[in-house]
Design a protein around this ligand. Structure first.
Ligand code: PCO
Length: 211
């Protein structure tokens, strides 16, 4: 499979007190076949940002851990449970929410979209979103079959997440994994990266964020 090259830019990193600050980006994948591109997405961000990654159990079905860059820690539901055994232990979804300047869920499956819209949280990814601090940006790049995308539930769920303050990176029309052709394919990793980078250049992070 051809993989998009990471995008480079001549723009300098955000400056904090004269020192370059690398934004802390939390990348998350849910259970769509588009998660095969998650390693590529991580690579796109690595040069410019500090990256941590989260994947749902279904996303792990599509992710080859060898595609995740060495300097990116990939957290799964097992880490959420294994990191806590008694009062006083850290709670991983809270730690990751505190750490992140910004979160990007790509791919966002139809199921995880529905859970977020309904306020459900039954895994590491959705617990982070349920605990999200909406003074920080949260972007999603949906990926699903065209009929799922056109299903009336999708519109309802998109309205709900828009009201929460979540920003949509729209899917595109192309050949899907099942052979269908239509809208619902995840935006390319390079476009997701460019979108986030342009956003942060236009809206610099407050210095109070994890400086
Ligand atoms: C399932 N779903 C999908 C998911 C959306 N598809 C995509 C792209 C990929 C190839 O470029 C699979 C990443 O088509 O995001 O296809 C049933 S059809």
């Amino acid at each position: 499979m051809a993989q998009a090259e990471p995008v480079t830019s001549s723009v300098e990193p955000v400056q904090i007190n004269g020192r370059p600050k690398r934004p802390k980006i939390l990348l998350a994948a849910s259970g769509s076949v588009a998660a095969i591109k998650f390693g590529n997405l991580c690579r796109c961000f690595c040069e410019w940002a500090e990256v941590k990654a989260v994947a749902s159990k279904s996303a792990m079905h599509f992710i080859d851990r060898r595609t995740i860059p060495d300097d990116v820690v990939l957290y799964t539901d097992d880490d959420e449970w294994s990191s806590w055994s008694r009062i006083g232990d850290t709670v991983l979804h809270i730690e990751l929410r505190r750490w992140a300047d910004i979160m990007v869920i790509a791919p966002l499956s139809a199921n995880t979209l529905g859970k977020i819209a309904g306020g459900l949280c039954d895994n590491l990814l959705t617990c982070i979103v349920r605990a999200w601090d909406y003074s920080k940006p949260l972007f999603v790049a949906p990926a699903m079959n065209t009929f799922m995308w056109k299903n009336p539930f999708t519109e309802k769920h998109l309205v709900s997440i828009d009201e929460l303050g979540i920003t949509l990176i729209p899917p595109v029309t192309k050949r899907l994994a099942c052979g269908d052709y239509g809208n619902g394919a995840m935006a390319e990793p390079s476009l997701i990266y460019k979108t986030i980078r342009l956003f942060l250049e236009a809206h610099p992070l407050p210095t109070s964020y994890n400086a």
